[in-house]
Design a protein around this ligand. Structure first.
Ligand code: UD1
Length: 422
């Protein structure tokens, strides 16, 4: 079990280089199933979600080569993965559906797992594939899709990131033109489309609510470098804003994280974009009011780290979570440190500015786990964070090392669960 030890921190100073975005890299790797030619994704972060997805892609018949942090893959004859166990470990595993269906006219996958932050159905993915002419058969625990794909019109009831990506991945090889209405606009969608375009796909409108894809007979290989991780960057910024410090983030795209930057500025920190990155200085003081929304609204993945910051801010911060229905699990853990938080359905009221004391707490999900590391920085003494399921390493490449490089005292050990409290 992963055990994080976090000691109180007054100041973070220095600079860090942000890794490539997990949520960009995962769909980009799935795009490697679309062609027989090698697709190289550069600067892939060392995340367990990446390792799991590579195992799944290998089960799908992809040949995978690693060269440092570059990953090359190609697939002569892709096939549906046989083991459900791997797929149940991560949500993004469902993104093999689109490429497999596009290449073979058939795909069968176990229903995906991931953080238990809500019901997370895949009805929109299936609806999209059906609009392209596939027939879906649902059995408990798995879905089978088959049929030759033809372009079609898809309206998404919610701008789901995963469903938009899956439908794009399926339609790039379909016969004719596909139009996705109410598509997700996240930067990771734009990144996927720009990689697919490099591979020969014809896509317009990415980053808007209407994406149009003209299917091609085949795609070719490419070399592609993903965008930086706006959630990792935001997490480090929240940590810095909790302390009186000065932190420079390199490899960052501020235009991808305006909502987060606005909220941080409203709370009182100074943010300055420089040629080499983004600098945060000063200390947040004002309580936060935010509502999570699809992009360009405030990202749900940043709600938990912002709540950790709110623990330090005198007054009542208000969080309305509209994207996932069960995304306040970290709040209960924060109260173990002495935080005062009231949850009413999708609303969390954080009465911040009280003294917090280190305690033994748990990581409830990926972003909630990272938020608990931040909460530990705010608490007096030592906080021991247990992460038996390894949530944090799924999405952050060595977050303790990144925070240590800024002066924090955070370590991670893999321990036998029986020794966890020792
Ligand atoms: C992606 C991100 C995740 C982020 C989320 C929202 C990846 C690998 N993960 O997840 O970090 O928190 O976007 O920004 O990129 N929904 C349905 N039916 C569907 C699909 C989704 O009802 O078929 C609902 C979900 O239950 C949820 C909402 O739509 O309430 C948003 O989900 P979605 O945008 O699909 O998130 P993911 O792609 O799973």
């Amino acid at each position: 079990m992963a055990i994080y030890r976090i000691r109180h921190c007054e100041q973070l100073c220095g600079e860090v280089v942000i890794h490539s975005a997990k949520n960009a890299v995962l769909p980009l790797l799935c795009a490697g199933l679309l062609t027989k030619e090698p697709v190289t994704i550069e600067s892939v972060p060392a995340l367990t979600d990446v390792d799991t997805l590579l195992d799944i892609l290998s089960e799908c018949g992809a040949t995978i080569e690693r060269n440092g942090d570059n990953i090359t893959l190609w697939s002569d004859e892709p096939r549906s993965p046989s083991s459900g166990d791997l797929l149940s470990r991560m949500r993004a595993s469902v993104l093999v559906l689109g490429p497999l269906l596009a290449r073979n006219g058939y795909a069968r996958v176990s229903l995906p797992g991931g953080c238990a932050i809500g019901q997370r159905p895949i009805d929109l993915h299936i609806k999209g594939m059906e609009a392209l002419g596939a027939q879906a058969q649902l059995t408990p625990g798995s879905v089978t899709l088959q049929g030759k794909l033809c372009g079609g019109n898809v309206y998404l009831d919610f701008p789901s990131v995963g469903a938009t990506e899956n439908i794009i991945l399926a339609s790039v090889l379909a016969d004719g033109c596909t139009r996705i209405e109410n598509a997700a606009k996240e930067p990771e969608i734009v990144d996927l489309c720009s990689c697919l375009t490099t591979m020969g796909a014809r896509i317009s409108g990415s980053g808007t609510g209407t994406i149009v894809i003209e299917g091609q007979k085949k795609l070719h290989g490419c070399t592609y470098k993903p965008i930086p991780d706006r959630i990792e960057a935001g997490t480090v910024l929240c940590a810095a804003a909790m302390t009186e410090g000065s932190v420079l983030l390199r490899n960052i795209r501020p235009e991808h994280m305006r909502a987060v930057l606005f909220k941080l500025a409203e709370s009182g920190v100074i943010l300055r974009e420089t040629g080499g990155g983004l600098r945060l200085s000063g200390k947040a003081k004002q309580p936060i009011q935010l509502r999570t929304l699809a992009y360009p609204g405030f990202p749900t993945d940043m709600q938990a780290p912002m709540m950790a910051l709110a623990l330090k801010l005198r007054g009542t911060s208000v969080f309305l979570e509209t994207v996932f229905e069960n995304r306040f699990m970290h709040a209960r853990e924060m109260t173990r440190l002495g935080a005062s938080i009231r949850i009413e359905d999708r609303l969390a009221l954080v009465n911040g500015g009280h003294a917090l004391a280190g305690a033994v707490v748990s990581s409830t999900d990926l972003r909630g786990g990272a938020a608990m590391i931040l909460a530990g920085l705010a608490a007096e003494g030592e906080t021991i964070l247990q992460d038996p399921q390894g949530h944090i390493a799924r999405g952050y490449e060595d977050l303790p090392a990144m925070l240590r490089s800024l002066g924090a005292d955070v370590t991670m050990d893999e321990l036998d669960p029986h020794d966890a409290n020792g």
